[in-house]
Write a protein that binds this ligand. Structure first.
Ligand SMILES: [Zn+2]
Length: 174
């Protein structure tokens, strides 16, 4: 089996390193076939991450979680959001004020369902994560409204919240 490169985009990574797709592993993850994603993900994860689906409000694992730690992409393991930026939005979906780094996510305008919204994708593998709105708390006013199914919380108490994945040889020294 081909070893899977880990994403060099953990908390504290240098932005210039995260931008380099070869260091991030994006080239690897973005070349995975649809069939492989179907095998790799649960049906619910596949529907959300690969087909821009949305889980029902108040049903996900993390909408009301207050466990401190690092939320990683459930598809590729890339660091996305820290629990410190999570807040209770009342929407029934896990909501965050900002990603761990600006490069951790990619935002693009989405016209699905007759609405104009800003979709949020994993900056590494391109998985659909949710949407971002401008009605969040100050000072940023940002509200990243995400699906629990495509997130994997690494609790800080586990001692691996910073870097649960082995460091890739191509990754930065942290
Ligand atoms: Zn990802």
């Amino acid at each position: 089996m081909t070893p899977q490169p880990t994403c060099a985009n953990p908390l504290g990574a240098r932005p210039e390193a995260a931008e380099a797709s070869s260091a991030c592993g994006a080239a690897y993850w973005r070349s995975r076939s649809d069939a492989e994603w179907r095998r790799r993900l649960t049906p619910e994860q596949y529907r959300i991450a690969r087909q821009a689906g949305t889980e029902r409000a108040f049903t996900g694992r993390y909408w009301n979680s207050t466990v401190p730690g690092l939320y990683r992409c459930a598809c590729c393991g890339s660091a996305l959001f820290h629990s410190e930026s999570k807040f209770e939005s009342g929407t029934g979906w896990p909501s965050f004020k900002n990603p761990v780094t600006p490069q951790a996510v990619v935002e693009r305008v989405d016209h699905a369902e007759g609405l104009t919204r800003t979709e949020v994708q994993c900056g590494c593998c391109g998985a659909h994560l949710g949407h971002v709105f401008d009605d969040g708390p100050p000072p940023t006013q940002r509200r990243y409204c995400l699906n629990s199914a495509v997130l994997e919380l690494v609790p800080a108490s586990s001692g691996t919240g910073q870097s649960p994945l082995k460091t890739s040889s191509a990754g930065p020294v942290i």
